[in-house]
Design a protein around this ligand. Structure first.
Ligand code: XMP
Length: 319
């Protein structure tokens, strides 16, 4: 019988059998899959689990603290937070091409994670949030971005290099099942029902070169958009929504002064499979409210636009 608690019981038993008394390492990203694996392994093996959470400086507003609050403080999971913002931003200096940024962010992540893992004694297993669609995707030879996408979710050659075995307790589950497990394991609904967030994070939502002040501006604008979507009961009705930072400048007025500042684009889409998508038909009143809040509250933004491009011809992300 498929009930979340049965699946959890089975997974707990299976993991205990697989790893015995060994120590397991997990990279927490703040995303749904790795979060659910974290909660599941904590239930199965408690103190034998160590999580590494890399803050790359490209996360959403308050995300890093939320991950620590949920796992470390609330659940008592051992989580090592690595503040790698400076390192990522330093590496990203002068890099403008989207794929180059993706590679760089992915490689830097592996480096940082690897270095952290190397400090831990006696780890024998690496846990990953691989879910059934990932298994299918890597079995069939998909092209282009899909491959790249996955390279950010797992930690590349790490298991072989470090001689670690793989623990993948969600391998047979679909996303909606993973979410149900997460709720049953006591993760906050807000975390479990969250829209997808790309591995390279805000790195591909700041067009062109990434800069810290751009990231700070974008985080604040994005937060307002998401907060308003939630308040209006729209968050769960769109598949993905976010703000994008456009490094062009546009003239505006603040009080009596002319302001020459940056542009924020809002994107919200409806989709089943993320392969095609429609832009979400949000009401003018709603968009008006969000636009006013962003322009008034976020310094350095003079203009807000809404993206009305479907996929195709657009992609969901801007880069
Ligand atoms: P696109 O922009 O290709 O996005 O229409 C489809 C879905 O994939 C996500 N996406 C990524 N996820 N690493 C990821 O982990 C990436 O490099 C990446 N690029 C796009 C995107 O957020 C959307 O959900």
């Amino acid at each position: 019988l498929w009930t979340p608690s049965n699946i959890i019981d089975d997974a707990v038993t299976a993991v205990r059998e697989q790893v015995g008394g060994d120590h397991v390492l997990l990279g927490l990203s703040g995303g749904v899959d790795s979060s659910v694996v974290g909660a599941l392994l904590h239930r199965a093996i408690g103190e034998q689990l160590t999580c590494v959470f890399v803050d790359n400086g490209l996360l959403r507003l308050g995300e890093s603290d939320q991950v620590m609050a949920t796992f470390a403080r609330h659940m008592g999971v051992r989580v090592i937070r690595v503040d790698a913002e400076a390192r990522f931003l330093e590496r990203l200096k002068g890099v403008k091409d989207p794929e180059a940024k993706r590679k760089l962010i992915g490689n830097t992540f592996i480096e940082v994670f690897d270095a952290e893992a190397g400090k831990l004694q006696g780890v024998k297993w690496l846990a990953q949030g691989t879910i059934y669609p990932d298994v299918i995707e890597s079995a069939g030879a998909k092209t282009g971005k899909a491959k790249v996408i996955k390279s950010h979710h797992n930690v590349g050659g790490l298991p072989e290099q470090m001689n670690l075995g793989l623990v993948e307790p969600l391998r047979e589950l679909f996303k909606d099942e993973v979410r149900k497990l997460g709720l049953e394991l006591g993760l906050p609904a807000e975390m479990v029902q969250r829209h997808p967030f790309p591995g390279p994070g805000l790195g591909v939502r700041i067009l062109g070169e990434v800069q810290k002040d751009y990231a700070d501006t974008l985080r604040r604008a994005d937060h307002i958009f998401i907060e308003e979507l939630r308040a209006a009961g729209l968050y769960d009705r769109v598949s993905q929504a976010f703000a994008v930072f456009l490094p062009v400048r546009s003239v505006g007025v603040v009080g009596d002064n002319r302001q020459y500042a940056h542009v924020i684009a809002l994107r919200a889409v409806e989709t089943v499979d993320f392969m095609t998508a429609r832009w979400a038909n949000l009401s003018y009143d709603f968009l008006d409210h969000v636009s006013r809040r962003i322009a008034n509250e976020v310094e350095g933004v003079s203009r807000v636009v809404y993206d009305i491009t479907g996929k195709p011809p657009g992609t969901i992300e801007w880069e």
